[in-house]
Design a protein around this ligand. Sequence first.
Ligand code: DX5
Ligand code: ZN
Length: 223
Amino acid sequence: MPEAKIAPSILAGDFANLEFECKRMMKSGSDWLHIDIMDGHFVPNLTIGAPVVTCIRGTLPKGESFFDCHMMVSEPEKWVGDFAKAGGDLYCFHYEATSNPEALIDQIHAAGMKAGCAIKPKTPASAVYGLVPKLDMVLVMTVEPGFGGQKFMMDCMPKVEALRAKFPDLDIEVDGGLSINTIDFAADAGANVIVAGTGVFKANDPQEAISQLREAVNKRQLK
Ligand code: DX5
Ligand code: ZN
């Protein structure tokens, strides 16, 4: 299994102080920053777009921090160029939002970013099996995308298990409701990239929360 990566979701941070919040997470030991892009169409919520990512990138140079852009948008093909220019490192589109995922993956790679594919809770893992050879990551959503602070959906774990059994070296990310209370289920299923919004940002000690999440994933690797 590839190494643990902890990716705090800045959606749970204070948007009036994004620079401070991102740096707070980096100093607390996060590996990636998870940036939730919502268009009010693919999901019933609006967040931020490429101009905001450009501003954050201006405060955290490339190489110092890895921007994991979770694109909860219809027509993900439309924004690849803008997010590459804004300094995105990984562009994770939703399987449900595109009719030609293979072409989109090529487009993302041609723009110089890593490509991830996310599946909603009702989308089977098998939907992405054929894409994995081209992908850098698969994101198994553990809540319905759209909002932070929702309850972790345990019934998504068999999808993580199935993906891990088939693809031992794949980066498998989980997103939604992850915290110290739920991490063991995700880690046991084989997830190694852990998104946590509320679980890290609202923790009394984010550094401790991040290291506990990492520890749980690493413990599973030794099994
Ligand atoms: C939900 C987003 C998540 C969200 C996670 O649609 O994709 O990244 O911020 O937040 P928590 O960890 O609070 O469930
Ligand atoms: Zn997300």
